[in-house]
Design a protein around this ligand. Structure first.
Ligand code: BJW
Ligand code: ZN
Length: 240
């Protein structure tokens, strides 16, 4: 492990542009549930019911209760040592964080260049006129409606079967194509297109450092695999 920490430190020291892909695991130590771990969100909720446009059309009340509970959890959470270490990484080199998380914790930790691949839990949009609103109030009505056209509002997040925002996709591909080191933290790396980014970066010649408490499909191509908790490992490879 010590050897691997040193390797990771050396790679980070010489990198000029670090691309970072994060997933739910980086927020786990802030008390936010992941999806696919034991006790994760997909144990008690059906993906079809709460994370597809069809599920929302069938039962918007159920979907809103799922997201309102998660808004509360995110509001009560604080960035952890892993988020803070990544924010520090921006001092002295170019960094872009591609996050699958919708909780906003990278920004709250001070990271400036964050691409939200799957949207944001703090934004809602209208299914009728498309109006996009930031709603920081935690308590939304059970079924919130648009002030412009009266149609239903939905969380501004990306569900299964939906396209990611083309501007977001362009930004992400730009990072994957330009970075000279790629860091992957706390993702099971099974959801596309994010799961392909480490492989694309590696194929271009950027070494991949993975931090995860378990092995994932990325482990096989990682130049350095650090098995453990993000909040413990990141401060070691990115000291103050
Ligand atoms: C720790 C830790 C600690 C824990 N320290 N580590 C190509 C092939 C096959 C299928 C597809 C394909 N292209 C597209 C698809 C379909 C689909 C897909 O990928 N399906 C696969 C699952 C089979 N993708 C899509 O539909 C995407 N859209 C798209 O590609 O459009 C074009 C298209 C559409 C249809 C067909 C073809 C093309 C959209 C995906 C949207 C995902 N949405 C969700 C929910 C919305 C946001 C929200 O509510 O939060 O996003 S699903 C959920 O999974 C959420 C997450 O962002 C995402 C990834 O999960 P993540 O972050 O990896 O979490 P976990 O729980 O899986 O893993 C946690 C990890 O952390 C674990 O590894 C732990 O070990 C680790 N960990 N604690 C370090 N303390
Ligand atoms: Zn509207």
């Amino acid at each position: 492990m010590k050897e691997n920490i040193k390797k990771a430190q050396a790679l980070l020291e010489s990198a000029r542009f670090v691309g970072v892909l994060t997933g739910a695991g980086i927020s786990a130590e802030s008390g936010i549930k992941t999806f696919r771990d034991a006790g994760g969100l997909w144990e008690d909720h059906s993906i079809d019911q709460v994370a597809t446009p069809e599920g929302f059309a069938r039962d918007p009340r159920l979907v809103w209760s799922f997201y309102n509970a998660r808004r509360k959890a995110a509001q009560n959470a604080r960035p952890n040592a892993a988020h803070s270490a990544l924010a520090r990484l921006e001092e002295g080199r170019r960094v872009a964080i591609l996050t699958q998380n919708i909780d906003g914790l990278h920004q709250r930790a001070g990271s400036k260049n964050v691409v939200e691949l799957h949207g944001s839990i703090w934004e809602v949009r209208c299914v009728g006129c498309g109006a996009l609103t930031c709603r920081f109030a935690i308590e939304l009505p059970i079924l919130p409606h648009c002030e412009n056209c009266g149609k239903l509002l939905r969380p501004h997040v990306v569900w299964f079967g939906e396209q990611l925002d083309p501007k977001v996709l362009d930004a992400a591909i730009g990072v994957v194509e330009e970075c000279d080191l790629f860091l992957v933290i706390g993702t099971s790396a099974v959801v596309q297109p994010a799961a392909s980014y480490p492989f694309l970066a590696s194929r271009r010649g950027a070494p991949v450092i993975e931090v995860n408490k378990e092995k994932t499909p990325v482990t096989a191509i990682a130049a350095v695999s650090l098995l453990g908790l993000a909040g413990e490992i990141l401060p070691q490879i990115l000291p103050d």
